[in-house]
Design a protein around this ligand. Structure first.
Ligand code: GLP
Length: 261
């Protein structure tokens, strides 16, 4: 894993935006398939990419996108549906074709079939080239809660009480948070060619340490990323504060900069 420790959350967002910009620019007219995440973690990155689109001409015209997950039962128009969230926070403000921004169908009468269909659609599109991820305070990625199979495919999951409570801040009351979701599985996410995970703030420090330095374990679903050859974890100081080997990661970062000069 490449571990990058930024001084501030804003610096972390800029670093992730750099990775996006490089990938989108390198793909050019061939196009790129982006994997987009919701939650608060990537929002500053999206804001920076919108700025680069508006002020610097960064174009997403040849990009398409797959979302990680969706609540079951929330209408698409609900402002907390991930279908709506990604449009409000990102894709409505760039030049990506809206019809190519896909998400699991949380309103399907058969959510399990919809999940399997979504998994197939990602494969048929040739897979995700660059996936952005956040991490839940219990180590989940997407909505793969602890004890998720490390080989899981897109399916229906039931949220833990902790995740429901973490996400209650987006709703009027905790009772409004849906408890069922469709999420890309850990096996599905792991097929993305490159992954960038962003985590900021003290609240993520424990999960980050378990992901990077703990054993690969379904108890910390994000730890499966240790098995992926091209993962970058971008942190701010607070999210990195529980890492035992932070000095080593900083040293590697400096070496990389030195070699790039
Ligand atoms: C959410 C999403 C994840 C996200 C995580 C952390 O529930 N399903 O994709 O990474 O939990 O959320 P936040 O970034 O708001 O802390």
């Amino acid at each position: 894993m490449e571990i990058v420790i930024a001084a501030t959350p804003e610096d972390a967002a800029r670093l992730v935006a750099d990775r996006f910009e490089q990938a989108v620019t390198a793909a050019g007219e061939d196009g790129i398939t982006l994997g987009l995440a919701t939650g608060s973690s990537p929002v500053a990155t999206y804001r920076e990419l919108i700025r680069r689109h508006r002020e610097e001409g960064l174009s997403f015209a040849h990009a398409r996108a797959f979302l990680l997950d969706e609540y079951v039962g929330l209408p698409r128009e609900h402002e907390q549906s991930y279908f709506r969230f990604i449009r409000d926070q990102f894709t409505a403000h760039i030049d990506i074709d809206d019809a190519t921004v896909l998400s699991p169908d949380g309103q399907a009468s058969d959510p399990l079939a919809a999940a399997q269909e979504y998994d197939r659609a990602i494969r048929e599109a040739g897979g995700v080239d660059l996936q952005i991820l956040g991490i839940g305070s219990n180590g989940h990625i997407g909505f793969n809660e602890p004890a998720s199979s490390l080989a899981s495919r897109t399916r229906v999951k039931t949220l833990t009480r902790r995740t429901v409570e973490d996400n209650a801040r987006f709703f009027e009351t905790v009772d409004e948070v849906p408890v069922h979701v469709i999420t890309q599985g850990l096996g599905t996410i792991g097929e993305a060619r490159r992954i960038v995970l962003i985590a900021t703030g003290e609240g993520k420090a424990e999960a980050v340490a378990a992901m990077v330095e703990g054993p690969v374990s379904a108890f910390c679903p994000a730890s499966v990323l240790q098995m992926h050859p091209t993962v970058t974890v971008v942190l701010d100081e607070a999210a990195a504060s529980r890492l035992r080997d932070a000095d080593y990661y900083r040293y590697i970062q400096e070496e990389r900069h030195r070699l790039a000069r």
